[in-house]
Design a protein around this ligand. Structure first.
Ligand code: PLP
Length: 463
């Protein structure tokens, strides 16, 4: 058959649409989606023919491809997956997953009208942030609070409010870059503030800050070294000391905490993260932190501190451009409320639960996965539970390796890379890591409700 003859046998879009298949598709899917799928498949076949192949172009054969394309285009692009990496606050995988209470409050708020900006007592217009101020004051000891879309925005609006065209003193050891292009010097530039670096990479002294003060100094900024640590011959100036010069020269001190840990995790073997409450106690004028890192809530930037400063931020027109929506407000409120009972918070806020879970509990979960897998695929892979280490992620607690247990899968008939890929391509993708010739499923970040699906997906991928 010549290429021309083959092309002429390709069904037209109309033929596909009017076939019995077409009628069936139109019953269940939007016409736009069906048309797009038909066009794509016909196009692909045409290209195959032009490149010299002789594909089956019967309507029957095309219908399979078209149906697959329809399904692909009808599915959400943003979809759930199973995090088997062991990285609890995985920025690429959505950072924190929300607690059930936060989810319930989001659903109720999304489904109904609410007093988002309405004062029920007076029947007058209210303020968006007033509903959440009380609980934040209660938990952190701060005088006042306001919320923006993320911590990057929190830092930006603080700089814009207090330091436009003026100098901000920061230690060289704290000029951090957080993944996704948040770099202190660049945020500074974007805000119109002037960065005044002091000290060296490893050391900054109080005198360095004092010497840098001038008539144009507007702020002292302390940035928490979230995702790295400088170790060895080091010195940094604690906020308490910065507060002394801040008070003496009447210059506000801001602490960008990054993670925003609300519970002293040392009890749970997690060291090295100051709590929000501790930092507030130092007297820092403004403290900012993320909503979706160690707090375990939605993406948000929480700004707390002295009332007069927060009020100034609330008057900044930028706040309107950075304001959070009602669903964020709802999940944040619910998450904060859970901190009223620390023990419950640790159990019920997924990020905290996963970070503080004992190796024993994780081992039990790993063994459960292992035994379900063994029933079905002991021939297709070498399976074992082994100790390993997981990480907090999200630029939190970089130096801590959390002891964990992983299910190690060494496939017999396919390569470990092929297995990794097949798991990623599944209906519910599983994201795992490869170590040597084994695929590791870290049981720390696998939720109990996901185990059955995970096991089925691994079995399907191996057979
Ligand atoms: C993570 C982090 C940020 C950015 O916070 P987002 O909520 O991701 O915008 C800023 N500063 C520090 C120190 C951080 O750790």
């Amino acid at each position: 058959m010549t290429i021309q003859e083959q092309l002429s046998q390709l069904p037209s879009v109309d033929e596909c649409l009017k076939s019995s298949y077409g009628e069936k598709w139109l019953d269940s899917f939007p016409r736009k989606t069906v048309l797009r799928a038909i066009r794509e498949v016909i196009d692909a076949k045409r290209k195959e023919i032009l490149s010299g192949a002789v594909p089956d172009v019967s309507l029957y054969s095309l219908s399979h491809d078209i149906e697959a394309a329809i399904r692909k285009h009808s599915a959400y692009k943003l979809r759930p997956l199973i995090n088997a990496t062991g990285v609890v606050i995985h920025t690429n995988l959505g950072r924190s997953i929300l607690s059930d209470k936060a989810i319930d409050h989001v659903i109720t708020t999304a489904r109904n009208y609410s007093n988002l900006e309405y004062e029920i007592n007076t029947g007058k217009r209210g303020k968006r942030y007033s509903n959440i101020k009380d609980i934040i004051r209660e938990l952190t000891g701060a005088e006042d609070a306001v919320i923006v879309n993320n911590n990057a925005a929190a830092v930006l609006i603080c700089l814009d409010t207090f330091a436009k065209g003026k100098e901000v003193i920061v230690s060289r050891g704290e000029l951090v870059e957080i993944g996704g292009s948040f770099r202190i010097p660049e945020v500074m530039k974007a805000s119109g503030a002037i960065l005044r670096e002091v000290g060296t990479t490893n050391k900054a002294h109080l005198a360095d800050y004092e010497n840098a003060l001038c008539g144009n100094t507007a702020l002292l900024l302390k940035v928490h070294q979230s995702n790295y640590r400088v170790i060895g011959f080091t010195e940094e100036v604690p906020i308490e000391k910065l507060m002394k010069i801040g008070k003496e020269y009447k210059i506000p001190v801001i602490a960008d905490l990054g993670s925003g840990c609300m519970i002293d995790l040392q009890k749970y073997g997690v060291h090295g993260e100051p709590t929000v409450q501790e930092v507030v106690k130092t007297g820092a004028d403004i403290v900012t932190f993320s909503g979706d890192k160690l707090l375990g809530g939605p993406q948000a930037g929480i700004i707390i501190g002295k009332e007069k400063f927060i009020q100034k931020i609330e008057k900044n027109p930028l706040l309107r451009a950075m304001r959070i929506d009602k669903m964020t407000l709802a999940s944040l409120e619910a998450t904060f409320m859970q901190y009223l009972d620390e023990e419950k918070a640790i159990k019920e806020i997924p990020t905290l639960r996963m970070l503080t879970e004992s190796a024993d509990v994780i081992k039990r979960r790993a063994k459960k996965i292992l035994s379900s897998l063994k029933k079905d695929i002991s021939n297709q892979a070498k399976l074992e539970v082994t100790p390993d280490e997981s990480q907090a992620g999200g630029g939190s607690l970089p130096e801590i390796n959390f002891p964990t247990f992983v299910v190690s899968i060494k496939p017999s008939n396919i390569s470990v890379n092929e297995l990794e890929k097949r798991l990623r391509f599944g209906n519910t993708p599983i994201i795992a890591r490869i170590k040597g010739d084994a695929l590791l499923i870290d049981a720390r970040t696998v939720q109990d409700r996901e185990i059955k699906m995970l096991v089925n997906s691994v079995i399907a991928a191996l057979s």
